[in-house]
Design a protein around this ligand. Structure first.
Ligand SMILES: Cc1cc2nc3c(=O)[nH]c(=O)nc-3n(C[C@H](O)[C@H](O)[C@H](O)COP(=O)(O)OP(=O)(O)OC[C@H]3O[C@@H](n4cnc5c(N)ncnc54)[C@H](O)[C@@H]3O)c2cc1C
Length: 424
């Protein structure tokens, strides 16, 4: 807290009251990150590794560790390596060595080896590992930012309780419904209805599924199952769930999914996996958010020293499993750019205050970050968008067009995972 606003009061007790009130109500920070998800914590940690402090503001009262697991490909692991937490996280998740695809109706099975590192991490493990590596006090929970106003430099953030937080640099990592993206003038992200049940199942004596990620397509369901460890698997079931909007009774939701799978001749091992899942781990997704690729390619992601990263910049749903890893890449590139600017602005010219030099440097650094990320995230967004279109396509012509674009992008060979965003 740099500049608490102190006004003279009429008596010493009202002076004290004013001081407490004003200290609570107005504060100022160099770098503020809105959101406490993967992107935000990775950005805070990357900045911390470069010796730069930041403040993370998360609206929930706890870190949002729901959402089961997240597949992290080699591009994401490169970032985790740079953040210094890859070794610790590898202890929590087995390697996945192949995609095992089953088309139940067509009685078709394929096995595609995964040649580079891929592991499904529990979101909880990923978030908590990042959180414990940033300095104490760098994450503020229960802080909902509802409005952002322009300021020179940076922006002024407000909460429903009337708190005012001044940020010289503001980074919006606040997900697909980002308040920071709105401030930048971006159109709201779009959503498409898709219903998934996600969760974990424990096999105390070990599961028999090896190190393959299963994708099983039935007539009216789609199941994904990944090993996390030898005794824990993560799964999702995409199907119509009548009570999907009601998340109060997960046991009832699970029951209705089990019935649905049984009615569709789903293999017993899958039905049992869902039946025996931990009800505390279950959650339902009812829609997936995305920014159309043309928006990602052309939108303005910077205003002065305000920018966005992660889903706030390029929500892309779950179609190619790259949203999380792309968010990690954003974090590294942004922190690296800001660190270079900070290093370059050390002295400041005699006729120019050092702080002004820093602000100009930060704005330039953010411009560089946006330029560096634009092509990469536009390409990922295009790939995810086309996969989504292919799943929905009814006409043969649309399907062929989608397949042609995906072939050009190298989707089948997981070409997008080869990306290396470099050192921190
Ligand atoms: C079903 C599904 C499966 C997926 N599977 C994968 C996968 O296997 N691999 C992969 O890489 N990606 C996957 N993704 C995508 C991935 O989950 C996201 O891309 C990633 O979580 C984005 O992280 P983020 O930090 O940008 O945003 P989020 O995780 O959405 O975090 C945003 C945070 O900001 C907080 N917040 C929002 N507004 C405010 C505010 N106004 N004030 C304060 N705080 C605020 C929220 O509470 C939240 O904690 C999947 C997505 C879905 C939906």
């Amino acid at each position: 807290m740099r500049h608490p606003l102190i006004r003279p009061g009429t008596s010493s007790s009202s002076n004290l009251l004013d001081l407490i009130k004003e200290t609570y109500m107005e504060e100022s920070h160099d770098i503020v990150i809105v959101g406490g998800g993967i992107c935000s914590l990775a950005t805070a940690l990357a900045l911390h590794r470069k010796g730069i402090a930041s403040l993370v503001l998360e609206k929930s009262e706890t870190l949002r560790v729901d959402g089961g697991s997240i597949g992290v490909h080699v591009n994401g692991w490169r970032v985790l390596e740079q953040l210094g937490i890859a070794a610790e996280l590898r202890e929590t998740a087995n390697l996945v060595t192949a995609f095992h695809d089953v088309w139940q109706e067509e009685e078709k099975i394929t096995l595609t080896p995964v040649r580079k590192e891929l592991r499904w991490l529990k979101r909880k493990d990923l978030l908590e590992t990042m959180a414990k590596n940033v300095p104490a006090g760098a994450i503020r929970l229960g802080c909902h930012i509802t409005a952002i106003h322009p300021s020179d430099p940076g922006a002024v953030l407000t909460t429903p309780g009337g708190s005012i937080i001044r940020a010289k640099v503001l980074i919006g990592c606040d997900g697909s419904n980002s308040v920071v993206a709105k401030y930048l003038g971006l159109s709201p992200a779009k959503s498409t209805p898709r219903t998934f049940l996600r969760g974990f199942t424990r096999y105390p004596h070990g599961h028999p599924f090896g190190d393959h990620f299963l994708r099983l397509r039935g007539k009216r369901f789609f199941v994904g199952r990944s090993p996390i460890t030898d005794t824990l698997v993560s799964f999702f079931v995409a199907c119509h769930i009548p009570s999907a909007g009601d998340t109060r009774d997960m046991r009832a939701t699970r029951h209705s999914v089990v019935q649905k799978l049984e009615g569709q001749q789903c293999p017993a091992e899958i039905v049992e996996m869902v039946q025996n899942s931990d009800p505390e781990s279950l959650n339902v997704v009812t829609k997936v958010w995305y920014r159309p690729p043309w928006q990602v390619a052309f939108a303005s992601f910077r205003k002065g020293t305000v920018t966005v990263a992660g889903d706030a910049m390029h929500a892309m749903g779950s179609y190619i499993g790259q949203g999380g890893s792309a968010a990690l890449e954003d974090a590294l590139v942004l922190a690296r750019s800001l660190a270079r600017a900070a290093a370059g602005s050390g002295g400041g010219r005699d006729d120019e205050p050092c702080e002004r030099t820093m602000i100009v440097g930060a704005a330039t650094a953010i411009g560089g970050y946006v330029r560096e990320r634009r092509l990469r995230v536009a390409r990922l967004s295009l790939e995810a968008f086309v996969v989504g279109e292919l799943l929905r396509a009814k006409s043969l012509a649309t399907k062929l067009a989608c397949l042609a674009i995906l072939a050009l992008l190298g989707t089948k060979a997981l070409g997008h995972t080869n990306y290396d965003c470099g050192r921190l």
